[in-house]
Design a protein around this ligand. Structure first.
Ligand SMILES: [Zn+2]
Length: 466
């Protein structure tokens, strides 16, 4: 399935909600004007949240989740610097987030769409789980309150273009820039604060292009792919989404899960997914961008690989880790084995590789007392008489070259070529000259009587660039 097909449903959904967006946008704009003071409160809460997270290194543990002592919680906050790691997600890139085994980052694309996104938010809140949302500019314009709810809940807000075109891989870079910038601007407008938008971007349909990634990197924006999806854009049941999410996570052991908060099937299965993650021993990691006041989490380069040890093993044959015994010297082999070699009949020794070599092998094995196997492991070579002429190899039969009209002779001399070519029908002076020239070594090696190798009219000339 192509990426275009994968996200085709996204595009349909976005188109269908286009009319609703315009209406909702007007309503929400009016609400925003009335509640300017109230807008400051969520920002203060978020700032406090981030401060506490940085200081403690963790967010809500299960025990800290009000009303849910068995909550999954958020085990830690990971602060990343997009300028150092511009692309993450092994679905497309060599690097991914520096997660430990059994750590998961939840991501939700294409929202906000309150009817569905609110259910997702409720499920996350019930388990005190923090996630990353990649919003669409037009959705943010249509449902600014939906974006603000993400921030009030303490989630990270990245962006996902202005209108989710499934053509980032082929559109002009200028157009991609516009899509990126408009999506960020309209999400920031909904939040009323450009700093509230994380420099995280996910390309619609994951339809990456070098120019797009380079532009994002030049702006200090991290391009997020994912480590595994759950196919929640397809027409499958929520149970199937749940199964795919868990099975793919189990296969990799950790990673970034790609979901869509605009999908009913995703909202429906999310409570179960979170409970399953808890019961299977997984931990949620909340990712936030580094800022001057919030330094990046210390990591090693290998932490940004999905399976660093596996990568090394596949890049080069693993060097075995030998476990040596306490004994410093290996036991000498049984002398009977060495005797076997020395006492072997000449016919068997010959099978090893000729008389002279056999003798050397036998002596060396006798000195080192290393045994040979009782029987050769390879088929014995057929040793037969080979008659070599005094001057060289025997001449091949002329029929194997399909020669006609000439004796099979291996000749390389200039004069011999000239003589032979004199017997050829239609051989011109130019051709003879070309054949004998230093620029035609292959021709000089050809067998007399074979097919002409030079097209007619070839002139003698220089082959090397001058
Ligand atoms: Zn999308």
């Amino acid at each position: 399935m192509s990426a275009k097909e994968i996200f085709a449903e996204d595009a349909v959904l976005l188109g269908a909600f286009g009319v609703m967006m315009a209406v909702a946008s007007a309503v929400e704009s009016a609400n925003r004007m009335k509640t300017g003071a109230a807008r400051l409160l969520p920002r203060a809460i978020l700032a406090l949240n981030c401060l506490l997270a940085t200081a403690a290194g963790t967010l809500a543990h299960a025990a800290d989740c009000p009303g849910n002592p068995d909550a999954l919680g958020t085990s830690r906050v990971l602060v990343v610097d997009p300028t150092e790691h511009p692309r993450v997600g092994t679905m497309q890139y060599g690097q991914t987030l520096p997660l430990k085994d059994h750590e998961v980052v939840l991501t939700f694309d294409d929202g906000p769409l309150p009817a569905k996104s609110n259910k997702v938010l409720a499920a996350l809140a019930a388990q005190c789980v923090k996630a990353t949302f990649f919003t669409i500019g037009k959705m943010a314009t249509a449902y600014p309150d939906g974006v603000r709810k993400l921030r009030e809940a303490g989630h990270t807000i990245g962006t996902h273009s202005e209108s989710h075109p499934l053509s980032f891989n082929r559109m002009p870079v200028e157009q991609a820039r516009q899509q990126i910038n408009d999506g960020i601007a309209h999400t920031a407008a909904a939040l009323g604060d450009p700093n509230a938008v994380a420099p995280f971007f996910r390309i619609p349909g994951l339809l990456r292009a070098d120019g797009v990634e380079e532009y994002l990197a030049s702006r200090g924006i991290m391009t997020w792919s994912a480590d595994f999806p759950a196919d929640d854009w397809r027409h499958i049941t929520s149970a199937q989404v749940l199964h795919l999410a868990l099975s793919r996570l189990e296969a990799k052991g950790k990673g970034i899960l790609l979901l869509h908060d605009i999908q009913e099937r995703t909202a429906a299965m999310l409570p179960t997914l979170l409970r399953e993650l808890k019961s299977r021993g997984y931990h949620i990691v909340h990712v936030v961008p580094a800022t001057p006041d919030r330094p990046k989490t210390a990591t090693e380069p290998r932490d940004w690989l999905m399976h660093p040890d596996a990568a090394v093993a596949s890049a080069w044959p693993a060097i075995p880790q030998f476990a040596f015994d306490q004994t410093a010297v290996l036991a000498a082999p049984d002398v009977i084995n060495a005797t076997h070699v020395l006492a072997a009949p000449q016919s068997e020794l010959s099978a090893i590789g000729g008389r002279g070599r056999t003798v050397r092998i036998a002596h060396r094995f006798a000195a080192d007392t290393v045994p040979l196997p009782p029987e050769p492991l390879w088929p014995r070579p057929a040793v037969g008489p080979v008659s070599l002429g005094a001057d060289g190899l025997p001449a091949p039969d002329k029929t194997i070259f399909n020669l006609q009209g000439a004796e099979p002779r291996l000749t390389t001399g200039r004069n011999q070529h000239a003589q032979l070519d004199q017997h050829r029908d239609g051989a011109t002076a130019e051709r003879r000259e070309a054949m004998a020239s230093p620029a035609a070594p292959a021709l000089r090696r050809r067998l007399p009587g074979s097919s002409p190798m030079l097209p007619g009219g070839l002139q003698r000339g220089r082959l090397a660039p001058g």
